[in-house]
Every structure is written in C-alpha cells, then in structure tokens.
Design a protein around this ligand. Structure first.
Ligand SMILES: [Zn+2]
Length: 456
C-alpha cells in the first residue's frame, strides 16, 4: 500500500530514526535508518517507529469474528484483500511492549474501538503479587506537577506518581492497608504536621510498576516561607515509610497564588460533541494565524485523528500513536473508507516522549484527550514545543481537569492497566511551564480542559 505523505516526510528528513536521529529510507516492508541501520516495519501504509517489544511466544492470532467486528465497526469494504489487511493490523496488537502502560494501550484495541473483546484481554500482571501484598513496602516518587507555591490553610487534590521499589505489591485493601500520606516541615525544619490526610491507592501497585495517585492534601497555617512536604506511605496502625525522592519544597503564603486564567464556560458536552467543539476552537485560531495549508502533528490520534478535518481543508497531518495496530488501521481507513483525505495524512507509531521528528517542522500540533495518559506529560509537550515552528500553535484539547478519585470510569481504566491520570488546572499549568509552553487561551467545558499554547 502506498503512503504518499509518509514517503514525503521521510524524503524531507522530517521523520527521524528514534534511536540515532538519522533519516530512515523506505523500501518494501521496512524503513532502514541510513545512519545506524535500524529497521522499522512498514505495514498497511503505516510505519512502526516504536518497535520496543518483548521477545517471546507469540499469542494465538486474533479470532475471525473479532477482526470482522473491528472491520465492520470501521466501515471497511467487504473486499477480502482489505479484510486480510485489517486482520494483519489487529494481529499486531499481540506484540507486548516493554513498557507495561504502552502494552495495555496496544493490547486494548477492541476497547479503544468500542468492540466487545473476545477473548477478554489478559489481566494486568498485578494479581499474582497481591496475596503477599504489603510485606515489603517501598516506593519512589517518579513525577509530580505540584506547583512550587501554595496558599495556607487549603484543601487540595494533587497527583503523585509512585514507583513500587519493593518486592511485593502495595495495596490499600486487606488487613494491613497502606495509604499515601505526608508530613509538613516548617521553614525551621520542624515537623509541624505529622499526620497528613490519607489517600488510598486506587488499585494495587505491583513491584516495579508505577501508578499516579490522586492525593488529598491540606496545607498548614503558620509562618510564610520555604516549607517542605514529605510524602510517606503509612501502614495503618503500624509505621510510616518515607517515599524516596518524596521531599518537595513548597513556598507557603497566606494569600494563595491566583488560579490559572481558564474560562469555565458552564457548558458540558458528550464525548463526540466535545471533540468537535475543541477542533472548531483550535481551527479558528489556526486559521487566524494564517497557518491553513500548513503541516500538523497529532499525538495519540489512533485511527481517527481529529486533525483529519484540517487535512480535509488542505493541511498535511502526521498522526502518531503508541499503538502500531491503530496506526495501521488509521492508514487503511484513510485509504479505503475516507480516501479523499488520505493523501494528506501519514500514520506512524512512536513513543511521543521522544518524538522521532525534526525540530521546527510543524505549523501546529494537537493532542486530544491523550496527554493525561502520558507518564511524563511535560516531557511529551516539550517534544511538541520542539517539533513546532516559532509561532506554531499547540492545542491540548479535551483533557480531564476535575479529579474524582472515586469515579467508576477512572477506576475501570486503571484496572485495565491504562495509565489513567486526572490533573487539576494548576497541575496542567505546571506541566506547560516545565514543557516550555505558554498558554494563550484556555477554556473548560465541564471537566474538559482545552488550551491553546505556543513556545514560551
Ligand atoms: Zn538510526
């Protein structure tokens, strides 16, 4: 299958080798890096620049009814050649990525399409370790977006991403539950608050795995200045365990910093309408900057990148996703179902924490409802900032911004192994700041945050 825009992006040196930054050349069923010789699969019009999979026994091929259900859900023609291509793409969902969160995203192809999965997806590997949970409780703070200054006497929800560095699962259920909590140390180094609020882990955390916990936090009253928040795990009724790298400097003042300038519209839309509203809003700003007909990058767009509408209006779109099967289905969809736009769209799989693209190559970049799945969102956005030209418009759209640690959908996604996270607007602003992006405009419709940004 031909992929005109993909070929063009490779020929222009815009798509790069994720290992060495060299320029891959497309030939047959692979693209080969001209510098380091790495080979990347090319199948069904999509390129796999992710490629970090575990070796092992291949799982049995997906059963025919599942393939047919997926092909029908996407309105693919009954043409046997097209159905074989769809089967080949779906079969690639058996590849197991080295990163467990990526593995879940790739495995859950039926769920991402709203097609009943058969057989059921493999259970996350946490189950086996739960029997002896909390025997060896150790954790390290991997990421937080806690802002550097807070007001005193406030109750907040803030997220902390913990890695289990022990040898057994950490669990907030059972006879000896472990919760996330904290201590506050004042500017003189005295522990002014020892018993911090408790927050349960929403799911059990297997050894070596990471989980973002939405935590209850209360800031103390007292002297203004440089305080320290020390995160800790508490085995209830037994002991406190410091979290490695969990001592965070926080400047406390009586007056809280002003909230981020988000327009809370009071509107709320269903999922599909919300995406349409966001795309419209972005497209107007993109047009106002004279960027129409330019080149766009969309991260996490799966089969139906929202930027496809802008490709339909004359822009070119590179859609990247961590899932190679989704990239293939996207390329097939825009070749066989919505072919009018296909010539201006390219599909590639990659890890967007390290975007395999040349600096300053895009007029705009889009992320729809995907940023909150990234373990290191500021790293990914810094990559987007690098990928766009000066004056380019970055849209972070339809991201959840009202944390509810008890929400059923949130808990279900976590149980499936998806890296579900919900940040507050304050945390999003901290993420943007660290990424080198400056918000231009922001709105929230219900809990759906939409922000236009440019390079700071
Ligand atoms: Zn290379």
């Amino acid at each position: 299958m031909s992929a005109p825009l993909l070929g063009k992006l490779l020929a222009e040196g815009i798509l790069r080798c994720p290992r060495c930054g060299g320029v891959p050349a497309l030939g047959g069923s692979a693209a080969t890096c001209g510098h380091c010789g790495a080979r990347f699969r090319f199948a069904n019009g999509a390129l796999d620049l992710y490629g970090r999979y575990r070796e092992g026994e291949p799982a049995p091929p997906p059963d025919a009814p599942l393939v047919e259900a997926i092909a029908d859900a996407l309105h693919f023609p009954k043409d046997p050649a097209v159905r074989r291509a769809v089967a080949e793409a779906v079969a690639d969902s058996r590849a197991v990525a080295e990163d467990p969160n990526h593995a879940a995203e790739i495995r859950m192809i039926a769920e991402r399409l709203g097609v009943p999965a058969s057989p059921a997806p493999a259970a996350p590997p946490v189950a086996a370790a739960v029997a002896e949970a909390n025997a060896d409780v150790r954790a390290r703070l991997e990421v937080t977006h806690l802002e550097p200054a807070l007001g005193m006497g406030m109750k907040l929800l803030r997220s902390f991403r913990l890695v289990n560095t022990g040898t057994t699962a950490i669990s907030s259920s059972g006879a000896r539950p472990v919760n996330l909590s904290y201590h506050w140390f004042d500017p003189e180094g005295h522990a002014v608050v020892w018993e911090g609020l408790r927050s349960p882990l929403p799911v059990d955390l297997a050894p070596g795995h990471a989980l973002t916990v939405i935590a209850n936090l209360a800031t103390p009253e007292g002297r203004e200045g440089a305080w320290q928040l020390r995160l800790a795990l508490v085995v209830e009724g037994e002991r406190w365990i410091d979290i490695e790298e969990g001592a965070l400097p926080v400047r406390l003042a009586r007056a809280a910093p002003p909230p981020p300038p988000v327009e809370w519209t009071g509107l709320a839309f269903d999922y599909g309408t919300d995406h349409g509203v966001a795309l419209d809003w972005y497209a107007k700003a993109y047009a106002a900057r004279g960027l129409c007909g330019g080149r766009l990058l969309e991260v996490g767009g799966g089969i139906h990148p929202q930027g496809g509408v802008l490709a339909g209006q004359g822009s070119e779109l590179l859609a990247v996703d961590v899932s190679f099967p989704m990239s293939q289905l996207g390329a097939l969809y825009f070749a066989h179902v919505a072919a009018d736009w296909g010539a201006r769209m390219a599909f590639a799989a990659c890890d967007a924490h390290r975007l395999p693209v040349r600096h300053g190559s895009f007029d705009g970049a889009l992320v729809f409802s995907a940023l909150h799945h990234f373990a290191r969102p500021s790293l990914m956005l810094a990559e987007l900032a690098r990928a766009v030209k000066p004056g380019g418009l970055v849209g972070v759209l339809c991201e959840p911004c009202v944390p509810d640690p008890g929400a059923a959908e949130y808990l279900r996604d976590l149980r499936e192994g998806v890296n579900e996270q919900i940040w507050t607007v304050e945390e999003y602003w901290e993420i943007f700041r660290r990424a080198g992006l400056a918000p231009v405009r922001a709105r929230a419709d219900g809990g759906s945050l939409k922000v236009l940004l440019e390079r700071a």
